[in-house]
Design a protein around this ligand. Structure first.
Ligand code: EPZ
Length: 421
């Protein structure tokens, strides 16, 4: 397995461009199942998860072309096999995003059980409850979930807990169900809003995305043209932390500052200087003695769980102590053990991590367990004395496009090494 090698100690300076957000591209690609015409989707990041979604759609019968202008032309209007098979779903649980569109458009779907992952059991009961209330007949066995529906009906549905892909799945299904569906206690993430904007651009009638309650009046037919997915706010936040943790000065271009407001304010609370324009944000920590601050993860617009691991690395090397509370997933502290190998002083009590800032971290051989945990190890490696070796970096390649090139451009000493075996 490839590994990343980082020699710590360099202050980062300069500019990077954000890539498109995988968590915006994945639902938009899945939603092409609802369309009666081909779609041209741009600004998709070159990441394994996007490739997996394209493979999944292609395996169901979608036709995919790569335009010379960087757009992907995808025609999912003639799905011949409404099935998300095990080999693909096991590598990317976001494959469940095809479920709502398939049932709504084709009246059936066969989806491999998504199972859990390193950060939690990650059930999909809200997705299934909603589709069942819409009229889908659902059976399952150890390997697959089978959904069938002669006709789906509009519903009023309240999510028991805020769910990003749950909101996206039911919103997509409702987009072509005749009548008015009302979804309550919805996720407000920018990626949910972007999906609604894309579908409305195709002729859907979705009102209230970004709020707690979303009203969807089903459309008879959806047609698409060109669309660029949103830029990645979690990637942007990760590079903001990279600038802060190295006491550097970095600027991230192509990002909507309103999508990272809470990250900017947390960094300012810690003592960094953060400025922004209409499509950029800049972090200057060259003169900052950063102070460790408490964090409690929440659904958007609260502090994103996808930034928790990155800020744990930052707090580990900042002055003072802090508590980091993870309220979204039940097991998202896998990075703690690895950060402690590098000298971090962290103790766990259920879903709370108590972090005491240390004067320096030391490079070590560490292993990535999930996408954002691996990002926190890269950040720790940037400041860790000597050399950090991060194993199992396929996790990081799922969410960060060209991470070593972008960090090298900012002055980091980082390279990818093929594993011997
Ligand atoms: C999305 O996952 C993101 N993935 C995750 O990003 C992100 O961490 C998460 O939202 C929270 O923001 C994509 O968008 C592809 P949830 P999702 O449903 O939708 C519970 C990354 O790093 N729940 O909002 O799967 C669930 O267990 C990934 O890019 C149920 O109980 O998360 C969790 O505790 C990691 N039943 C909470 O809700 C359900 O049916 C929030 O999960 C659905 C969810």
């Amino acid at each position: 397995m490839e590994r990343l090698i980082i020699k710590g100690g360099n202050q980062l300076h300069g500019e990077v461009n954000c890539s498109g957000a995988k968590n915006s591209g994945l639902p938009i690609l899945a939603s092409t199942i609802l369309l009666d015409t081909p779609a041209k989707i741009g600004n998709l990041p070159h990441l394994q998860d996007i490739t997996t979604m394209l493979e999944l759609l292609n395996s169901m019968g979608a036709l995919i072309n790569f335009d010379e202008d960087g757009y992907i032309e995808i025609d999912s209007s003639n799905i011949s096999l409404p099935e998300a098979r095990y080999e693909l779903v096991k590598t990317m649980r976001a494959s469940i995003l095809v479920m709502g569109p398939l049932v709504a458009k084709y009246g059936k779907a066969k989806i491999s059980q998504p199972g859990g992952c390193n950060i939690g059991t990650r059930p999909i009961d809200f997705h299934l409850d909603g589709l069942e209330k819409m009229g889908a007949k659902i059976k399952s066995d150890a390997r697959y979930i089978y959904l069938e529906a002669d006709k789906l009906n509009p519903i009023d549905f309240i999510f028991p807990k805020i769910s990003v892909t749950g909101t996206e799945n039911l919103m997509m299904a409702a987009a072509i169900i005749e009548g008015k569906t009302v979804l309550k206690n919805c996720a407000k993430e920018p990626e949910v809003v972007e999906l609604a904007n894309f579908l409305n651009n195709c002729g859907a009638n979705i009102v209230g995305a970004g709020e707690s309650s979303i009203e969807i009046n089903g459309a008879k037919s959806l047609k698409s043209d060109k669309w660029d997915v949103l830029f990645d706010r979690i990637e942007a936040g990760t590079y903001m932390v990279a600038g802060a943790i190295t006491n550097g000065h970095v600027r991230i271009n192509k990002i909507k500052p309103e999508t990272i407001k809470i990250i900017s304010s947390k960094l300012m609370e810690m003592g960094a200087i953060v400025n922004s324009g209409n499509d950029w944000v800049e972090v200057d920590a060259t003169k900052s003695e950063l102070i460790s601050k408490d964090i409690s993860t929440k659904p958007f617009p609260g502090f994103p769980t996808d930034m928790q691991a990155q800020f744990m690395a930052l707090n580990s090397i900042s002055n003072g102590s802090s508590i980091i509370e993870e309220t979204v997933f039940e097991n998202r502290f896998q990075h703690v053990g690895e950060l402690k190998k590098m000298g971090a002083d962290i103790s766990l009590d259920k879903n709370k991590a108590s972090v005491k800032g240390v004067s320096n971290l030391v490079g070590a051989v560490v292993s990535a367990s999930d996408l954002r945990a691996s990002a926190s190890l890269v950040l720790a490696g940037l400041v860790g004395k000597n050399r950090t070796q991060i194993e199992d970096i396929y996790h990081i390649d799922r969410g960060y496009e060209c991470i070593e090139e972008k960090l090298t451009k900012l002055g980091a000493e980082i390279f990818r090494e093929p594993a011997e075996y």
